[in-house]
Design a binder for this molecule. Structure first.
Ligand SMILES: O=C(O)CCC(=O)C(=O)O
Ligand SMILES: [Fe+2]
Length: 293
């Protein structure tokens, strides 16, 4: 088992080194120097998205102790709410958080902006129409995603484009100190832990760091993460399996993983292990991109 007390930062990591030293070791890392080379890196802003696609219908979430509440609104309306909030946070309600939006599929012109995309960090299976697997996060300052791990036990490559985010992560072996609720959420608030209620959290080793615009963050399967936007923010991620992580994830079916998740993992595992092309698998997998759990 590896011990990590702070996140490593690397400049333009080669794919071989990324796989060998981070993916295969289950070790998180921040990679700089890749995103700033993209055609559209400096172009992206919430205003730019609003102008590209004002009438696009999107979903935003409110997280609370009672669960996740979903609101539906247009891109123009949503960005308008964020702009009003940022201009005068005290007199405007904090807007919901647009979370897991497949924006490359909804606004295909954005794909060109993210070139050259570092495909060689991903298994070849994902290369064909890689952008279909990406999920965007758009939000105002102080948007928070509570502590959780990604529900299929996938690897996560997270691209930070605009604004900074404060991450608190814990490696999977510390999940036992974080008071799990259901399959993937945790009760502890790592920003202000209540040790009376959650005394075991004293044993946990949270790693806290800032992800800056232009950074790529890699999180291994099962990494717990709590995320706070420090400014108005644009990010996206790609959740992906290796052959090994897909098989590990299948064994989690007996450890409480919901059956729906196991179905998606089964599809990815047969794709990766038996080399069934993603063109065949994607139509069955697609609903995962709107799956809220
Ligand atoms: O950026 C966020 O608020 C959440 C990110 C996240 O949970 C993820 O990439 O899996
Ligand atoms: Fe996540």
């Amino acid at each position: 088992m590896i011990t990590v007390s702070e996140i490593e930062r690397r400049y333009k990591l080669s794919s071989d080194e990324f796989t060998k030293n981070y993916v295969n070791q289950g070790k998180p890392v921040i990679i700089s120097g890749v995103i700033p080379k993209w055609n559209g890196f400096s172009q992206w802003s919430l205003k730019y998205f609003k102008e590209l696609s004002p009438s696009l219908n999107i979903y935003a979430k409110r997280f609370s102790d009672k669960g996740i509440k979903i609101c539906s609104l247009t891109m123009e309306k949503y960005i308008g709410l964020i702009e009003a909030y940022e201009a005068d946070p005290l007199n405007n309600l904090s807007p919901p958080y647009c979370h897991d939006l497949p924006l490359f599929s909804l606004i295909p012109s954005l794909i060109e902006d993210a070139q050259p995309f570092p495909l060689d960090y991903l298994p070849e299976w994902y290369w064909y129409k890689w952008w279909r697997y990406c999920q965007f996060f758009l939000g105002c300052s102080n948007s928070v995603t509570p502590l959780h791990f990604d529900c299929l036990l996938t690897n996560n490559i997270f691209f930070q484009i605009v604004g900074r985010k404060q991450f608190t992560i814990l490696l999977p072996e510390d999940a036992k100190y974080c008071y799990r609720k259901g399959w993937r959420w945790f009760l502890v608030n790592p920003e202000n832990p209540d040790f009376n209620k959650y005394p075991e959290y004293k044993n946990a080793r949270p790693i806290k760091f800032i992800v800056n615009p232009g950074d790529i963050l890699y999180m291994p399967p099962g990494t717990l993460h709590h995320v706070r936007s420090l400014e108005m923010s644009i990010s996206f991620n790609i959740d992906w399996h290796t052959k090994k992580s897909s098989l590990n994830a299948l064994t989690a079916s007996v450890k409480g993983m919901p059956i729906q998740n196991s179905y998606y993992n089964f599809l990815l595992a047969i794709g990766l292990v038996f080399k069934i092309p993603s063109q065949v698998i994607f139509k069955f997998y697609k609903s995962y991109l709107n799956y809220i759990s």
